[in-house]
Write a protein that binds this ligand. Sequence first.
Ligand SMILES: [Zn+2]
Length: 293
Amino acid sequence: MENHDRIIQGMAGDGDFRVVAAQTTVAVETAREILDLAPVAADALGRAMTGSLLLARLLDKDVRNQYVTLRFEGNGPLGTVIADATVAGTVRGYVANPVPEDPILDVERALGHGMMTVVRGTPPKGKPYTSKLLLGGNGIATDLTRYLMRSEQIASAVLLGVLNRRDGVAAAGGIVIQAFPHATEEAIATIEQRIKDAPPLSTLVEKLPIEDVVATVLHGVHYKQIDAGYTVPVSYSCSCSRERALAPIALFGQDEIQEMIDEGGTEVVCQFCGRRYAFSAHDLLALTANHDA
Ligand SMILES: [Zn+2]
């Protein structure tokens, strides 16, 4: 599949609304392949991945390397779901239980009740901002809308969609529409009506490029895409490294590390991309030497 995934930006209602939209079909299909996701897991993670990309872009305060991590910890069969995106358009994901036994679950039931955590940071400096919200049970888009209102004081509408076909993810994308404080009640009501009347987002994304998807949803409300120079390409990409894979082992107790040494070494598999990092007994001995120091 050729990768045309991207994030675009626009304005609607003569400047009363900011629009950020993403086409994420290839990124979500890549996640499905790497993580071996069942359809409902691809649906949940795809929405979370798209949401994290949109939020990273929406909350960008002129920082080049901001990231947004969404962590869903519900009591549903998927277990923990994590999506992690940067303002530069890279995204990665994880699902604790990618193949739940019941194949017909919808996303809400697959996540269950529990907590959503949003972490927003700008490495290398600065402390990350963390917000926690109870999962409302009405879908990831609704939870993100509540997060934006409560934690960022942003009135918004969030639309997310993933379309699974027999051979994989056929479409994935999302739109977030931010109402500026000067938007009138009437203008907000019109936009809300457009969103209500729109066909399911994923079916639009399957047929049309994201530019036309947004123009279709927001027809008649003076939607205009802003300079295509602001368009950001999106790709599934993991920032793991040998160094980072080793770091958690260094926190193990001396006995546990000795056990791994006796077994001739250990292997760490990245939960986001499946890359394998092998550490020999020799590598681990160097760790215990550091321990003593
Ligand atoms: Zn990785």
